[in-house]
Unconditional design. Structure first.
Length: 166
């Protein structure tokens, strides 16, 4: 073996050791990245869930559902006020909501929602929001009540008059 071949063999052996060390580190880097993503997702979910424990968060989520036709959130975050019973089935209510909000879903990029003042009195609250459609602001008044530890929007004449209940 010549001196040049010997030198190439030594360099290749040194490079092989570096490649093996790098290969041992790759799974650790991948695990650290996955753990960071899981932690970030958990923190985001915790903040979102904590927001839903406030009248503001519940009102925002429900108005968004009422405007864009998300029936599951519409029913989850609201309750009828009991003055006028609704004879429709859940399926019919959802179908009516989807039909009433079809235009908003097609125009969703031109619709905005901002939180206004919040007045809270024990287990009742009123949240004002500003709904912007085509650069025109509409004030919304949403009544809420705390029910078994969770805030719920009351589908009453005040709320339905400003938001439009299905």
């Amino acid at each position: 073996m010549t001196d040049l071949e010997q030198r190439y063999a030594e360099l290749e052996a040194a490079g092989e050791a570096k490649r093996r060390a790098k290969a041992r580190r790759q799974p650790l880097v991948l695990m650290a990245l996955v753990n960071a993503l899981v932690l970030g997702t958990g923190v985001t979910a915790m903040v979102d869930l904590r927001r839903l424990q406030t009248p503001q968060g519940t009102a925002l989520r429900w108005v968004q559902a009422a405007v864009f036709g998300d029936c599951e959130d519409y029913l989850t975050f609201s309750t009828p006020d009991g003055t006028a019973p609704d004879a429709r089935s859940r399926n019919q209510l959802c179908a009516d909501l989807r039909a009433a909000t079809a235009k908003a879903r097609n125009d969703r990029l031109r619709i905005g929602l901002r939180l206004g003042p919040v007045v809270e009195h024990g287990s009742a609250a009123q949240v004002q929001l500003v709904l912007t459609r085509h650069e025109v602001d509409t004030d919304l008044h949403v009544q809420l009540r705390k029910d078994r530890g969770r805030w719920r929007v009351l589908r009453d004449p005040v709320t339905c008059g400003s938001v439009g209940c299905a």
